[in-house]
Design a protein around this ligand. Structure first.
Ligand code: ADP
Ligand code: MG
Length: 243
């Protein structure tokens, strides 16, 4: 009889997820008590693969917020039109100014935070528009990007002075890896196996995911039951590199 270990993708409460929740609480609590012109911009940054997009999307979905991922070819008009669309504006104007007015109206009415992912690739280009949105509506906007994002925001003093907090997505920890494997496969991990997978990942959750899928296959094929040892973990991580 072969053992069949399944990989079930699960959203894991990693350290970064918890830190992000805390940051959002701070931003939202602040919303009621801060005066005009106070900080309502959030900055979430970190190397690719650490779970920024997934974490933000999950939060946004749960709280019925608008999340947009930018596309490199966008002009200012494209950006504003996308915002209109996501905010549920039916007739999307063909001019920037009109788009902007409608966005302001919707954001003010809804009071929901807005998440904008991969914004750093535009450099300063959209930052002024975003600053105006925050300033005029008093709403919360969270920008998400890779390591250069906080530097870009700091270069623009008016943006930075409105930034409530910059949160870095850190490399995933050993306990994150352990939680991930356990929750997605049900496998029990030895300390050594966790260390091996953590090291192989370099802190990247995308690699943890890939190696965990391999681990589930390897455990099934080799009919391993019980705790995953270092050897089996090494097999899974090595397959990851080859495949
Ligand atoms: N908290 C989480 N629980 C489970 N899987 C996650 C979690 N966060 C991210 N992932 C997965 O890890 C991979 C990388 O995440 P992603 O959000 O795209 O990272 P980033 O935006 O930082 O590059 C994706 O496959 C994603 O589904
Ligand atoms: Mg991303």
């Amino acid at each position: 009889m072969s053992t069949n270990i399944k990989f079930t993708p699960t959203f894991v409460q990693t350290k970064n997820v918890r830190a992000f929740d805390t940051m959002m609480q701070g931003l939202l609590i602040g919303r009621g008590s801060l005066g005009e012109g106070d900080e309502r911009l959030g900055c979430v940054f970190g190397r690719a693969g650490r779970g920024k997009t997934r974490t933000v999307q999950t939060w946004a979905a749960k709280n019925a917020c608008v999340y947009i991922e930018t596309i490199s070819v966008w002009s200012e008009l494209d950006f504003l039109q996308k915002l209109c669309q996501e905010l549920g504006i039916r007739q999307i104007p063909g001019r920037r100014g009109r788009c902007f007015d409608l966005i302001i109206e919707k954001m003010t009415l809804s009071g929901m935070p807005l998440f904008i992912d991969e914004i750093e690739r535009f450099g300063q280009k959209f930052l002024e528009i975003i600053r105006d949105l925050v300033k005029i509506t008093g709403g919360v906007v969270v920008l998400i990007g890779e390591e250069e994002l906080p530097h870009l925001m700091k270069q623009n003093r008016r943006i930075w002075s409105r930034t409530y907090q910059a949160m870095e997505f850190e490399p995933v920890s050993q306990s994150d890896v352990l939680a991930y494997v356990t929750q997605c496969t049900g496998l029990a991990m030895s300390k050594e196996a966790t260390e091996v997978m953590h090291k192989a990942s370099g802190g990247d959750l995308r690699i943890v995911r890939r190696d965990t899928i391999n681990l589930a296959h390897a455990a099934s094929n080799l009919r391993r039951t019980g705790e995953v040892d270092g050897e089996l973990a090494r097999i899974a991580c090595k397959q990851g590199l080859q495949g």
